[in-house]
Ligand binder design. Structure first.
Ligand code: SF4
Length: 277
C-alpha cells in the first residue's frame, strides 16, 4: 500500500534534488527530468565541489591527504584553476579528519557508512538504489550506526555556510531513509559539514517516533506536492541565485534571446539523441 499520488508514482524515482528543483525552477526541472537534456559542461564551481568531495571521501576511507589529492586529480583531470579552487577546502578537509579521528576514538560505532547509496520503495520499504522498484533514492556522504542504537548521518557541503534550516528537507528525508533501512534505531542525528568553513553543524536529533509520525507524513506531502508542481503544463523559468549554478542557463529564455536559446536547445536535443542512439 502506497501513500503517494499517481502523479508521484509516475514520476519516480525521486531524490532530494529532484523534489527541490521543481520548487526552485519548474523549467529547469522539465529540462532535466522530463526532457532528459544533457547538462552543459559543469562549471568551475561544480568541478571544484566535486574535487573537494572526492578528496574528502578518500581521506575518510583512510587515504593520506596528499595521496587523496593526487588520486582525485588523476581521476578527474582538474586544471590548475580548478586545483586552486579545491585548495581553499583543504584546511576544512584536514580539520574534518581530526574531528573524525576523535569521534572514532571516543564513540562506540557498530558500522560506518561512507557514500552509502540507499533507496525506498513506494511503500517506504528499503530498496536497492538502482532497484527496479526504487521510488526514492539518496546517497549519504557519511553515516554511523552507533552502539546505543542511534545513527548519525553527515552531508558535506562546499557552498557558503548558511542556516541549517535551508537543508531541513534533505535532513528529514535522510532521517526517514535511515529508519526505514535500520528500524531498530531509536534516534537519528543529522549534520551538515560546511567544508570551506571547517564547521560541522548538527540539527536537533529526531526520535524514531517523530520520524515515523511527523517526518513520514511531511515526506509524503512533500513528494506529492512536488509531483503536482511537476505536472503543471507549460513550466516557466524562475530566476534566482540558483541560476548561477544551473546547467541549462545557455538554453534558458530568461537569460538569452529567443534565437540563442533555441539554437542551443536544438544542439542539446541532438546531443541527447546521439547519446540515446
Ligand atoms: S537559468 Fe535559472 S530560470 Fe533558467 S532554467 Fe536555470 S534555474 Fe531556471
Amino acid at each position: 500500500m502506497t501513500p503517494f499520488s499517481t502523479q508521484a508514482l509516475e514520476l519516480a524515482p525521486w531524490s532530494v534534488t529532484k523534489a527541490k528543483l521543481v520548487r526552485s525552477c519548474p523549467l529547469a526541472w522539465k529540462y532535466k527530468y522530463r526532457d532528459h537534456l544533457p547538462e552543459d559542461m559543469p562549471g568551475l564551481v561544480t568541478r571544484v565541489g566535486r574535487g573537494a568531495h572526492s578528496i574528502l571521501e578518500r581521506t575518510t576511507r583512510g587515504e593520506a591527504l596528499d595521496a587523496a589529492i593526487d588520486a582525485a586529480k588523476a581521476e578527474h583531470g582538474f586544471s590548475a584553476e580548478e586545483m586552486a579552487g579545491i585548495a581553499r577546502f583543504l584546511e576544512g578537509i584536514r580539520a574534518f579528519g581530526a574531528t573524525l579521528a576523535r569521534f572514532r576514538a571516543t564513540t562506540p560505532i557498530r558500522r560506518e557508512l561512507c557514500e552509502e547509496k540507499v533507496g525506498l520503495t513506494a511503500a517506504l520499504e528499503p530498496a536497492p538504489f538502482f532497484g527496479n522498484n526504487v521510488f526514492f533514492r539518496g546517497a549519504w556522504d557519511l553515516g554511523f550506526l552507533l552502539e546505543d542504537l542511534s545513527a548519525a548521518v553527515i552531508d558535506h557541503k562546499t557552498g557558503r555556510k548558511g542556516d541549517i534550516k535551508w537543508h531541513s528537507a534533505q535532513l528529514r528525508a535522510y532521517a526517514l531513509m535511515a529508519l526505514c533501512h535500520y528500524p531498530e534505531l531509536k534516534k537519528v542525528w543529522l549534520g551538515i559539514h560546511f567544508i570551506g568553513d571547517a564547521e560541522l553543524v548538527w540539527a536537533k536529533p529526531s526520535s524514531a517516533d517523530v520520524i515515523r509520525g511527523q517526518v513520514r507524513s511531511w515526506f509524503v506531502g512533500w513528494i506529492n506536492d512536488a509531483a503536482e508542481r511537476a505536472s503543471f503544463p507549460d513550466p516557466q523559468p524562475v530566476v534566482s541565485r540558483f541560476c548561477d549554478f544551473c546547467s541549462y542557463r545557455p538554453i534558458c529564455p530568461a537569460h538569452n534571446s529567443i534565437e540563442a536559446a533555441t539554437e542551443r536547445l536544438v544542439q542539446l536535443s541532438a546531443k541527447r539523441r546521439r547519446g540515446a542512439g
